[in-house]
Design a protein around this ligand. Structure first.
Ligand code: ABU
Length: 495
């Protein structure tokens, strides 16, 4: 007990100091070290003889020292980021509770919290009060998989017991820029990745309803059974929102399960100003929505919401009576609604954060991210040498930087190749310097910077600093890639 008390108190001091670093622009986002260097510097071997509490705290210090500071405004590498104090509290209390979310009897309070959250989120989707249920899952990929399994079992009602009907090939439709987890779900569900039809997108990255209609008709004509339409809101790289109203109408007309992968963008539903991006979402049969993205909840926190009550249990329940007993509160057991048996408590951190922020606070956070994304877009457009690649709809900004030596090149494959190589090289230099961490992704066949406005504490100065860093590192590229002048003040915050 003395060790527990000591560790909790010391951990609170360590955590307080660590979080303070998220607010300190002099603090690096990451102290980059290779795997070999880390293995050299850290004592990673589980020991034969146990270590003291002081030694454990040293281990924690070095873990924090070499880890990526995802709550820092310089971390714009992923769709998640930020720091939410109430969420952090919930995460700690989750470990303290050390329970599993399958039955009400071992997780009474947090089960009711999860139910309340799911109802609340279904309300934002816009389903009537007597429709909709949901379950927290370990990430958007699993939420998408669970949606696909529910849809598969609706399309082929014997599938749960007898497997897939070999005479009727099930077909999935998604956009060419949808998340890879949908293809993986098709593979896991026994459909095969070739069952997935990738529908073309427009200049912004939104699925084309006309191309979708054609793909459904063609699949039918080939004797296949299209059954699952996955719309994306918003796409992982470009941040585009598929036109849900039109896609939902097509899904209804063809009897498709309409799933909206809103892992990234679902939180726009909280904002009266931006929820129009998801107009038509109320037509969905299911929605994946990750509060660990725009809402800043600690990872992982991902909801799968399904319109038809009972569909999740019909898909997943196995009648395990050793665990699920009859009783007055058995109807609150959530374990039959999911693929998992043991399941983390992800509800408490979301619930506490929602208590702390309210709908309004979370809406303000979302709106702040949109404002930052708009600023980023404008900065990219205004600065010499930068090229905005897609008109952003959400919080992602995709762009190129052309080192001076490439600016005179005619558009074409050679220029694209050189710009793509420069993007990867500049980004790698920035990563090694550790002041900011921004990702790149292939867009229209060429690597491009993908900036994500994921932290509501980021300032326009932080965004300007990121662009300064790109220019500064571009200037260090070999002459063949073109040298850009080192801009004044670019050394600010550099190590
Ligand atoms: N759903 C995973 C998204 C990964 C990323 O941050 O790009």
């Amino acid at each position: 007990m003395r060790d527990t008390e000591f560790l909790i108190q010391e951990a609170a001091k360590l955590a307080t100091a660590y979080v303070a670093g998220h607010f300190d622009r002099q603090e690096p986002v990451v102290r980059v070290a290779s795997a070999a260097e880390l293995a050299e510097r850290l004592d990673l071997q589980p020991p034969r003889t146990g270590r003291s509490a002081e030694s454990l705290l040293e281990d924690v210090r070095s873990t924090l020292h070499y880890s990526v500071r995802t709550g820092h405004p310089g971390f714009c590498n992923q769709l998640f980021g930020d720091h939410d104090a109430a969420g952090l509290l919930g995460e700690w209390m989750t470990a303290l509770l050390n329970t599993s979310m399958y039955t009400f009897e071992v997780a009474p309070v947090v089960t009711l919290m999860e139910l309340a959250l799911m109802r609340h989120m279904c309300g934002f989707v816009g389903w009537p009060e007597d429709e909709g249920e949901g379950i927290l899952s370990p990430g958007g990929s699993i939420a998408n998989l669970m949606a696909l399994l529910a849809a598969r079992n609706r399309a082929q009602p014997d599938a749960k017991e007898r497997g897939l009907d070999p005479g009727r090939r099930l077909v999935v439709l998604m956009s060419a820029e949808a998340h890879y987890s949908v293809e993986r779900a098709a593979s896991v569900a026994g459909l095969g990745t070739e069952a997935v039809r990738k529908v073309e997108v427009d200049a912004v990255g939104r699925m084309s309803p006309e191309a979708l209609e054609a793909a459904v008709v063609q699949a039918r004509a080939s004797g296949e059974q299209p059954f699952f339409l996955c719309a994306t809101a918003s796409t992982t790289v470009a941040g585009a929102f598929d036109p849900l109203e039109s896609l939902g109408e097509i899904a209804a007309r063809h009897g498709l399960w309409f799933h909206v992968d809103a892992a990234c963008g679902g939180s726009v539903l909280l904002s009266a100003k931006h929820r129009g991006l998801m107009r038509g979402v109320e037509r969905a049969d299911s929605v994946a929505w990750n509060p660990h993205k725009m809402m800043g909840i600690p990872l992982t926190c991902s909801a799968l919401l399904v319109r038809e009550r009972g569909r999740l249990a019909a898909t997943n329940a196995m009648g395990a009576d050793y665990l699920f007993h009859q009783g007055s509160d058995a109807r609150y057991d959530l374990g039959d609604l999911t693929l998992q048996c043991g399941r983390r408590v992800d509800a408490l951190k979301l619930w506490l954060s929602w208590r702390a922020q309210g709908d309004e606070g979370h809406a303000r956070r979302v709106e702040r991210l949109f404002t930052l994304a708009g600023t980023m877009r404008d900065l990219v457009e205004a600065r010499e040498g930068f090229e905005l690649l897609r008109e952003p709809e959400g919080c992602n900004t995709c762009f190129h930087y052309l080192p001076v030596g490439l600016r005179g090149m005619e558009p074409g494959p050679a220029r694209s190749r050189a710009v793509g190589e420069a993007t990867v090289a500049i980004r790698e230099r920035m990563r090694a310097a550790g002041r900011v961490l921004v990702n790149y992704a292939t867009l229209d066949g060429v690597p491009a910077f993908r900036h994500v406005a994921n932290n509501h504490r980021t300032t326009p100065e932080d965004l300007g600093f990121l662009l300064d860093e790109i220019e500064r590192h571009a200037a260090t590229l070999p002459a063949a890639a073109g040298r850009a002048p080192v801009p004044a003040g670019a050394a600010r915050r550099s190590s």
